[in-house]
Every structure is written in C-alpha cells, then in structure tokens.
Design a protein. Sequence first.
Length: 315
Amino acid sequence: MKKLFLSVAALFAVCIVSAQEGVVASYNKGAEMLQSKNYPEAAKLFQKVIDEGMASEDATELNCVETAKKYLPTCYQGMGTRAAAQGNYDEAIANLSKAAEVAELYGNVAALKKANTILAKVYQAQGGTAFNNKDYAAAAEIFAKGYAADPKNTQMALWLGTCYCELKDYDKGTEILEKVAGMQGPKFEADAAEANRLLTLYTNNRVAELQTANDQDGIIAMADKMLEQNPANALAQKIRLQAYLTKKDYAKVIELGEAAAAAQPDETEKSDVYFILGAAYNAKEMKPQAIEALKKVTAGDNVAAAQKSVAELSK
C-alpha cells in the first residue's frame, strides 16, 4: 500500500491505483482541481470522497478519505480568500466559516486557526467602512463577529471597544479594551498601549458625564466594575477615591488611599492620590497624617496647594 503525503505536490501520488474507480478516481480528480486552484470543484470532489468512502473497508480508499478531510478546509479557505480579494465579503465570510466548520469537524486544529484568523480579517475589512463613517452600531455588529473568530486580532478589538464606548456601552467597551491592554509580548505592545490610552479617555469621559449629574455613586460603581475586570487598575482606584472624597466619606478615602497610591504608574498620579488622601485626613482633623500625606505631593498641578496646606497645618 502506498504511503500518504500531505504536500500539495504529492497529491497525485496519494491514491493512484489505476485499476480502481469510484472513491479513488474522485480523489485523484479532486487533487487535480486543488492543484489548479479550482477550489469549488475540488471541494465537491473531496466531499464526495468523504461521503462515499467513510464506510469502505479498503485501505487505499480510507487513506483517500483521511487526506480529503485534511484538504477540504483548504478548498473553502481558497474560495474565501479569493472572494475577499475581490471585495465580495459576504461570499468570503460564508466560505471561510465553512472552512472553520469542516476543520473543526475533522479535528484539523491548524486549519481551524488559520481559517478563523483570515475570517476575522475579512470582518475587519467589512466593518471598516462603517467605522470610518462613525456608524458605530453597524461596525460593532460586524467587528463582534470577527472578534469571536479571533480575539487576538488586537487592532479590530480596539475598534470594537471604541464602537461600544462611543455607543455609551462602557461596560462592554472597557472589558474588551482591558483584554487588549493585558496582552503580553512585543507583537501586542503598540496595541496594548493604545488600549490603555482609550481606557483613560473613555473612563474620563464617563466620569465627566457622571460628575455633571452629581452621581458619585455611579462613579464608584463604575470603578468597582473596572476593578472586577482588572484589580490593578490604577485609574479606577484613583477616580473611586475622588468620588468618595466628593461624597465626604473620608473614612473610606483613608481606608483605600495608600493602596490607591501604590497602584499609580508615576509620581504625578501618586501625588494626585496623596493630595486626595491629605484632604481626607485634614477633614477628619488628623493633622499629622494630613501633613505626612501632603508632603508626598511632589509632582503635578497640586504641589503648590499641598505645600500651602502643609505650612498652615504646621502652625
């Protein structure tokens, strides 16, 4: 019995048995069609091989069936890629989805991953026009399908997160952006940085909306939600602390202050937190602790105000 080879160049050698017809003949014809990039005809023939040869007891026919299973996703992927290149996104999506479906059915992990990677890029291209036109609802619907196919497509994930935030669905948006921000490795570094920038932008926008409504409890709930997604979220800790200060819940500010300061990424942000903490200690008439906290305000816009407060408290 002839040994199976998996390269396209070896397709013709797989099941050539001149005396046999049926399954073997269909396979050989399918191999010809695949090599000539006639993907629709190759897919039909490989499917016929699988359907007609599954119950066979002939070793050669069974080898043809197993090899057809490996190449069937390639056929649908070829059809999908060709349609995408022509701008026929609906056709591309249908064929790439079929490629992923048969790859999963036959346990072809590599083909499944590849089909989903290309599928996500097609959804990204399809949704790009709506996104550029600021039709965020339409873009989000398309990008969500691509994100489901390939969550590691971080560029599209950024766009999807942006869509949700622009639609005021901050919970969905920030959840996706948090995942991108947490991606590790040089490949994701630029997109992770952009995700952090967007998280800051949309968090501040949302805080501003809630502050306008004087909804401090809403700010705290939002921050708590963000901290459920990422307990180390420095911005969430800072805005929560400010909301408690505005509510005059000084005990809560004191409880959370040091941890919030420790979480901050630079001296300016740490200084902002210590300024909030110093204000809480001062309101509680805890002068030594207020002075200690305010002395740690060493950067940012609050330095002069902190120094003035320290001078007054030290009299």
